[in-house]
Design a protein around this ligand. Structure first.
Ligand code: ADP
Ligand code: MG
Ligand code: ZN
Length: 484
């Protein structure tokens, strides 16, 4: 039954904008646990107060729309969207409806198998957030710190075909918004929120089926799981001869199911009309050009460029392009390294990130310049330390103390031993202590010989705390074994 149907998905994503103040008043836009401290007559909806458009919010919204390849409209209109809820003081939300500021964009997702898909964006509009209701057992509390916080809503076309694509779209969207500094992109904290619309239809049909909207998807995993459940539910209903009702459903992550919240009959009429308190929003060409110029390189552009300029693996470039700080940290490090940039990528992506994880730190917390990474690898190439010592001794110390690799090598006495006579002395001592192994080399077959060589390398490394130059050590061991 399952392969007779295909899913059609469209996402509506709300992103809080990282401004200092709210959308239409001067109250602080900050996440705080103390309720109702960032409020004023405007965001409390007191009669006689008037909204003023926050220029910075518009700038960030336009930035987002440009990064998402949208057409920016010179004129857009704020509208009132009416509904009654305790956390909405004015009984309407200022939003944009018939004339949003941006339309016709797209975003490209890349699937696991490397194929790319374009997901069209229908529109982006600006609006203000509502407050928060906290429901206790016998009463509810309202916190209006969030009321009036600037949001953009990004509405996709129904171009998404399965739950995995939906997750990839959402992740890509988050990565872009965070990269350009428009939003925190934190799903758990609600600075990025996603509603998913989903319908099914017979495979190959070009008619859209009846859609269901799913709310409360506060993690990437839940987006995928909720859609998977909902698609199966709809297939079940249709294959039993039933009909899908257009409704809003809630995802229950504990039970991993969706359940009815309200049906279409209960859907509200928002009585949209242009807000008479606000003039149309005008974005002139000069300002638009300024915002464009401030956008800088986007994640996909970075990725393409580093693959070309630094010849690193596309999969590594992809990981780097998901975090702006990490991305440019890599580039700075690669610039100060004289060898292949892939080695820098390896050291950062596996070793450095591993250490950071252990230390519960982020790349942003590092206090040493990225060039130290390049210098560390230069020391390896100059045979001053081994790669093993670089990874296991120097790099963790760099993270802890922010000292330069040179300083750490000096301080901890980690310089590689490349002096022939001192290594020979250690080898001879090892022979003396382990006559059996020497005999094994002398009388054994090729496999036994190799084992003996390995054993003595181990002995020398132990005696020198890993500081003997490995290549030289090996050569000297073989030479001396053949001489005894
Ligand atoms: P509404 O008026 O109910 O908000 P819209 O047409 O504005 O519906 O679409 C809202 C979202 O739902 C968009 O992201 C759109 O791509 C998606 N969508 C619309 N119709 C369908 C459908 N039949 N199946 C899945 N998604 C849909
Ligand atoms: Mg809608
Ligand atoms: Zn206010």
């Amino acid at each position: 039954m399952k392969d007779k149907y295909e899913a059609v998905i469209g996402l509506e994503v709300h992103a809080q904008l990282k401004t200092k103040t709210k959308m239409f008043c001067g109250c602080k836009n900050e996440f705080t646990n103390e309720p109702n401290i960032n409020v004023c007559p405007v965001c409390l909806g007191h009669p006689g107060s008037l909204p003023v458009i926050n220029k910075k919010a518009v700038e960030l919204a336009v930035k987002a729309a440009l990064a998402l390849n949208c057409k920016i409209h010179k004129k857009s209109v704020f509208a009132r969207k009416h509904y009654f809820y305790p956390d909405l003081p004015k009984n309407y939300q200022i939003s944009q409806y018939e004339e949003p500021f941006a339309t016709d964009g797209y975003l490209i997702i890349e699937k696991k198998d490397g194929t790319k898909k374009k997901i069209r964006i229908r529109r982006i509009h600006m609006e203000e957030d509502a407050g928060k209701s906290i429901h206790e057992e016998h009463f509810s509390k309202v916190d209006l710190n969030r009321a009036g916080v600037p949001l953009i809503e990004i509405v996709s076309e129904p171009d998404i075909s399965d739950p995995e694509e939906a997750r990839l779209y959402m992740q890509k969207l988050r990565d872009i918004l965070v990269w350009i500094g428009v939003s925190d992109g934190n799903l758990e904290e609600g600075s990025l929120r996603c509603d998913a619309n989903v319908s099914i239809r017979p495979k190959g049909s070009d008619k859209l089926g009846t859609k269901v909207e799913i709310k409360n998807l506060n993690s990437f995993k839940f987006i995928e799981k909720a859609l998977r459940y909902e698609i199966n539910r709809q297939i079940e209903v249709l294959s039993q001869g039933g009909k899908i009702t257009q409704e809003t459903r809630l995802y229950d992550s504990q039970k991993d199911i969706t359940k009815t919240m309200r049906s279409k009959e209960e859907a509200e009429d928002y009585r949209y009309f242009p807000d008479p308190d606000l003039p149309p929003l005008l974005i002139d060409d000069t300002w638009l050009e300024e915002i464009k110029a401030s956008l800088g390189e986007l994640p996909d552009e970075f990725k393409e460029r580093v693959i070309k300029d630094y010849k690193i693996k596309p999969s590594d470039a992809d990981i780097l392009s998901r975090n702006k700080t990490l991305a440019y940290f890599f580039e700075e490090a690669a610039k100060s390294y004289k060898g292949e940039a892939q080695k820098v990528a390896n050291l950062i992506l596996s070793d450095l990130l591993g250490i950071l994880k252990e230390e519960k730190m982020k790349i942003e917390d590092l206090k040493f310049p990225a060039s130290y990474i390049g210098e560390l690898l230069n020391l390896v190439d100059k045979n001053i330390i081994s790669l093993k010592v670089a990874k296991e001794e120097v790099l963790p110390e760099m993270v802890k103390t922010s000292e330069s690799p040179q300083t750490i090598v000096e301080k901890k006495g980690l310089k590689q031993i490349t002096d022939v006579s001192s290594i020979e002395k250690i080898i001879k001592q090892a022979f003396e202590n382990n006559p059996k192994a020497v005999k094994q080399y002398k009388t054994g077959d090729e496999r036994k010989k190799q084992k003996a060589i390995q054993f003595f390398i181990g002995q020398v490394m132990k005696a020198t705390k890993g500081k003997a130059n490995p290549k030289l050590t090996r050569e000297l061991i073989i030479k001396l074994l053949n001489e005894v």
